[in-house]
Write a protein that binds this ligand. Structure first.
Ligand SMILES: NC(=O)c1ccc[n+]([C@@H]2O[C@H](COP(=O)([O-])OP(=O)(O)OC[C@H]3O[C@@H](n4cnc5c(N)ncnc54)[C@H](OP(=O)(O)O)[C@@H]3O)[C@@H](O)[C@H]2O)c1
Length: 256
């Protein structure tokens, strides 16, 4: 018995044109899931879809801007037309505002980060839930990609850390409210993995010092997240909802 089986599940990954979402799409397709991929850079999405199909997987791609309700609605509709009702929504799209403090950011920075990381995840979850109910689906599954900055952070990650703290709290509140529909809502909270979101910090002058604060003494690799994501996406986590699954080499529990 494969506890972590996702074969045949229809899984949506928002923000799958690069980084973690791009990786998750390939990993889940390899595991037999049907993937619907969306982001603003359509050419990259189309390229990822072609790669997955060339490797024998099932994937569909469509433009998506999670800050626009109409775009999410169109995307979810197109995804359902491709593969039918959606089993799992992975709210992965996320941005940061550069190395800025609360005194340095302006309103545009605040709106950009909060509208993508928090409002976008709420909108996608809301519109997905509408569909689960309308379709008469027996169950639904939402996975929010949060971050260990939801609980511990360093100077200059404002308002990213604020958005992730709220996203983790939103996960718990949604779990409470969605349980009656048999919709589970959990979060994956990775530590630092080298992608466009983290490049500034991980390739910066303080990187060597920073990595010493991680008990396992290394940054995360994409593959470190595969098992935890499969747990949340599969029926192996059938009694988990409202959980924030931290995957960070011990970084969030490191001594001060
Ligand atoms: N890397 C890390 O160390 C780390 C740690 C913890 C959590 N995370 C989280 O992991 C998630 C993925 O980030 P990443 O590190 O993989 O960075 P990334 O490579 O920059 O990926 C971010 C993705 O989000 C998409 N996106 C941004 N704004 C969007 C919008 N309005 N609508 C739709 N898609 C949008 C981007 O695609 P387009 O630009 O094409 O739209 C891109 O595919 C984020 O939520 C991030 O906060 C990352």
């Amino acid at each position: 018995m494969n506890l972590f089986d996702v074969a045949g599940k229809h899984i949506v990954v928002t923000g799958s044109s690069s980084g973690l979402g791009h990786h998750f799409a390939g990993m889940l397709a390899n595991a037999g899931a049907q993937l619907s991929l969306g982001a603003r850079r359509l050419q990259r999405i189309e390229q990822r879809v072609a790669e997955i199909q060339a490797a024998g997987g099932s994937a569909f791609g469509s433009p998506l801007d999670v800050t626009e309700a109409a775009s999410i609605q169109d995307f979810l509709q197109a995804a359902e037309a491709a593969f039918g009702p959606i089993d799992v929504l992975i709210n992965n799209a996320g941005v940061e505002a550069g190395a800025k403090t609360y005194a340095m950011i302006d309103e545009a920075d605040w709106d950009y980060v909060l509208n993508t990381n928090l409002k976008g995840a709420w909108l996608a979850a809301k519109l997905y839930t509408d569909r689960v109910l309308r379709n008469g689906q027996a169950a639904g599954n939402i996975i929010n990609i949060s971050s260990i900055t939801d609980r511990r952070t360093i100077k200059g990650q404002f308002p990213y850390a604020v958005s992730k703290a709220a996203l983790s709290r939103m996960t718990e509140v949604m779990a409470l409210e969605a349980a009656k529909h048999n919709i589970r809502v959990n979060a994956l909270a990775p530590g630092y993995v080298l992608t466009d979101v983290s490049r500034l910090l991980l390739e910066g002058e303080h990187s060597a010092q920073f990595v010493k604060g991680i008990p396992m003494r290394r940054y995360g690799a994409f593959a470190d997240l595969d098992g935890p994501l499969l747990l949340l996406a599969s029926n192996a986590s059938s009694y988990m909802t409202g959980a924030i699954l931290v995957v960070d080499g011990g970084h969030a529990c490191a001594s001060l």
